[in-house]
Ligand binder design. Structure first.
Ligand code: UDP
Ligand code: MG
Length: 311
């Protein structure tokens, strides 16, 4: 039996690329034997994206549109797409054609031949992205894995094909702080990589400014590891050792006369500043976890839908 497929496309102010994305995606889906639909999530766009999506959906009953009441962010848009998915399989991809839709048939075949549950895209190259973005992403994923309690594949975005097992398990996950690629990885089953060249954005600018990248980075770090919490203990232990050695030196120095009581000003200031910094830093880490607990405990809806079309 051929499996049905939804392509989930989060969109935030994508008026420049939307029609071309839809056209190319549709051309690919038409070549498949799988029944397919496209699910566009309008993440509170303020440009013409909403109008364009309504037009596309009016002419194509296989296009679903979910409109958020405001901008909730890329990860929430993808979450909404998965939550509303009623097919056997789902592909998650960007609206800007950085993730080539023509690769979908290959991904489907890989899933089938390997009897896998996930085929995730791994970026070979990133064309047309700033050096800073490429460099920061490269090191970020490696750094993240040092901390993470599950193996998170490096150099992957959210471009991936997931099957009904993953969709079902993902929909059971109640957390507010969603790091979709991490949660998919955490789910286990058989997940296989798929190497591809990441194209430059078709038009417009990235919708991931530095602040949104930082939010994603901290969510992925704090939701996948308790190791930062151990930092206070580790640093505390180290400072006790240093204090003991230094204390011994000071006492012996006093007794045997190789230090003078009034000569300790510099070391005192350095120590006070150092340990003050360590304490504030570790309190900050605690604060970040408590902040997340606060968000989780409020249990607000993860996103608010203003309108649905063809759903
Ligand atoms: N996006 C979104 N909400 C946001 C930011 C981005 O739905 O708040 C969408 C955006 O329209 C695109 C995808 O998420 O389809 C990835 O964003 P973008 O391509 O700007 O990120 P980049 O590829 O530069 O990392
Ligand atoms: Mg992009």
């Amino acid at each position: 039996m051929t499996k049905s497929l939804t392509v989930i496309v989060p969109c935030y102010n994508e008026e420049l690329v939307l029609q071309e994305s839809y056209r190319r995606l549709k051309r690919v889906l038409n070549t498949l034997s799988n029944p397919s639909e496209i699910s566009f999530i309008d993440d509170g766009s303020t440009d013409n994206t909403g109008v364009l999506l309504a037009e596309i959906a009016a002419n194509d009953p296989h296009v679903k549109v979910i409109v958020f009441s405001r901008n909730f962010g890329h990860q929430k848009a993808v979450t909404a797409g998965i939550n509303h998915c009623t097919t056997d399989l789902a592909v998650i991809m960007d609206a800007d054609l950085q993730d080539t839709p023509e690769l979908i048939p290959e991904m489907l075949e890989l899933l089938e031949t390997n009897q896998a549950q996930v085929v995730y895209g791994v970026r070979n190259t990133r064309k047309g992205e700033s050096h800073f973005k490429v460099w920061s992403a490269k090191w970020f994923y490696r750094f993240l894995n040092l901390f993470s309690e599950v193996e998170l594949p490096v150099d992957t975005g959210d471009f991936r094909l997931i099957d009904s097992n993953i969709i079902r398990e993902f929909n059971k996950m109640p957390e507010q702080g969603k790091y979709v690629r991490g949660l998919v990885s955490w789910s286990g089953f058989k997940q296989i990589p798929f190497y591809y060249e990441r194209e430059p954005r078709l038009a417009g600018e990235t919708k991931y400014p530095f602040s949104k990248m930082m939010t994603l980075a901290t969510t992925s770090m704090l939701y996948f590891s308790k190791k930062p919490l151990m930092l206070a203990t580790t640093l505390g232990f180290l400072s006790v050792v240093i204090a003991l050695i230094y204390g011994l030196y000071a006492v012996l120095g006093h007794i045997f006369g190789f230090t003078h009581a009034d000569s300790g000003w510099t070391s005192l200031v350095v120590l006070i500043v150092f340990f003050g910094g360590v304490q504030l830093f570790t309190i900050g880490i605690l604060g970040a976890y408590i902040g997340n607990l606060f968000d989780e405990i409020k249990s607000r809806p993860e996103y608010i839908i203003a309108k649905k079309i063809n759903c």
